[in-house]
Design a protein around this ligand. Structure first.
Ligand SMILES: C[S@@+](CC[C@H](N)C(=O)[O-])C[C@H]1O[C@@H](n2cnc3c(N)ncnc32)[C@H](O)[C@@H]1O
Length: 346
């Protein structure tokens, strides 16, 4: 079961950051971003610090609001958010053609929600790679509860420098994670290196679409809000992402922005005009309650100083994601399936 109560939210807030340092961590984190005068180059050269601060600060909010899987999903009418998230994970497993007993790598695995689901769905052994220590601690505890701790595990490392030998894995996937990479080609090259020849890599990427106009002030503001609210150094265009996959050496089997055909929009859970009992904490009223609860918890000292500021930049993220989705300038659903050729000549 996920850590879901208000006190869990408060106690996990800040992750591995000392509680007395949370406020200054929020300050430093915000200063990396355009909304607070930050520069892209600085975010890229300090990506480890920026991304780790972000996940230390937000993971307990994510768990409280989303559960164990930290990603969006295309959704059918009548399908709950939870069902759509699981289906999106099963889809990835099917695309990769996972077979029982295979060794799979989950790049940027969060607290392991997708890892546990995919391992149980496909009877594979999944290793979660993550550079955030707090998330790994949570993931290990949840793996024990789910009973997959004998076959699945975690490795703490940067996906730009993976501690695995060449040709180690039968399949690799990344769900809304490699968008944190300061250099997409470098990241995909590492994935290529550790994947066995002839095998596949599949990803869901966060991207700006071709509708995005870099000279439009409103578009730029939305992009900056998404970067701030989600710990991103930059957001690549879908075609830049695809070029990077090819440059890393992969052959692309197929690719598509899955947002285009989704009967319900992926950003619906965060849309303030939408109400849902099953994902109540993500709705406008749910977020209003959380905001006041965090205010109270911070006042009485149960949540560290700075907690409300984290809630505030997550609120900005939600607004940016909904606006980006509605204007179709941003997608959280860019999918590709790519294969590592058998040899360089093939
Ligand atoms: C949006 S979360 C998605 C987590 C997970 N894939 C899921 O869907 O639940 C992005 C994840 O990527 C991880 N990450 C970001 N940059 C990383 C890096 N350089 N090396 C390893 N993991 C990284 C974060 O710590 C986080 O766990």
């Amino acid at each position: 079961m996920s850590k879901a109560g208000a006190l869990d939210l408060a106690s996990g807030l800040g992750g591995k950051i000392d509680k007395s340092d949370v406020l200054s961590a929020v300050d430093k984190y915000e200063k990396y971003h355009v909304c607070y005068g930050g520069e892209e180059e600085e975010r890229k050269s300090n990506y480890t610090d920026m991304v780790n601060k972000y996940y230390d600060l937000v993971t307990s909010f994510y768990e409280y609001g989303w559960g164990e899987s930290f990603h969006f999903a295309p959704r059918w009418k009548g399908e709950s958010l939870k069902e759509s998230i699981k289906r999106h994970e099963h889809f990835l497993a099917l695309q990769l053609g996972l077979k029982p007993g295979q060794k799979v790598l989950d790049v940027g695995c969060g607290i392991g929600g997708p890892l546990r689901e995919i391992a149980r769905f496909s009877s594979t052994s999944v290793t979660g790679l993550n550079n955030n220590e707090y998330q790994i601690t949570r993931g290990k505890a949840l793996n024990r509860v789910a009973g997959v701790d004998k076959t699945c595990g975690f490795v703490k490392a940067d996906f730009m420098k993976m501690p695995f030998p060449d040709n180690s894995f039968d399949a690799i996937y990344a769900i809304e994670a490699t968008c944190h990479a300061p250099d997409a080609v470098g990241c995909y090259k590492e994935i290529y290196r550790v994947l066995k020849p002839g095998q596949c890599f599949a990803a869901y990427e966060w991207c700006m679409t071709d509708v995005f106009d870099p000279n439009n002030q409103e578009h730029k503001k939305i992009k900056a809000e998404i970067e701030l609210g989600n710990g991103l150094p930059d957001i690549r265009l879908t075609h830049q992402c695809l070029e990077a996959v090819k440059k890393a050496g992969f052959e692309v089997v197929w690719e598509k922005d899955l947002a285009v055909d989704s009967p319900l929009p992926w950003y619906l859970p965060l849309d303030k005009s939408h109400f849902s009992l099953s994902s109540f904490r993500l709705t406008a009223i749910g977020r209003f309650i959380t905001k006041n609860m965090v205010l109270g918890l911070e006042k009485v000292g149960l949540a560290p100083q700075g907690s409300q500021r984290v809630q505030a930049f997550l609120e900005k993220a939600a607004e940016g994601l909904v606006a980006g989705g509605q204007k179709e300038i941003f997608t959280a659903m860019y999918f590709f399936l790519a294969r590592k050729p058998h040899s360089d000549s093939e």
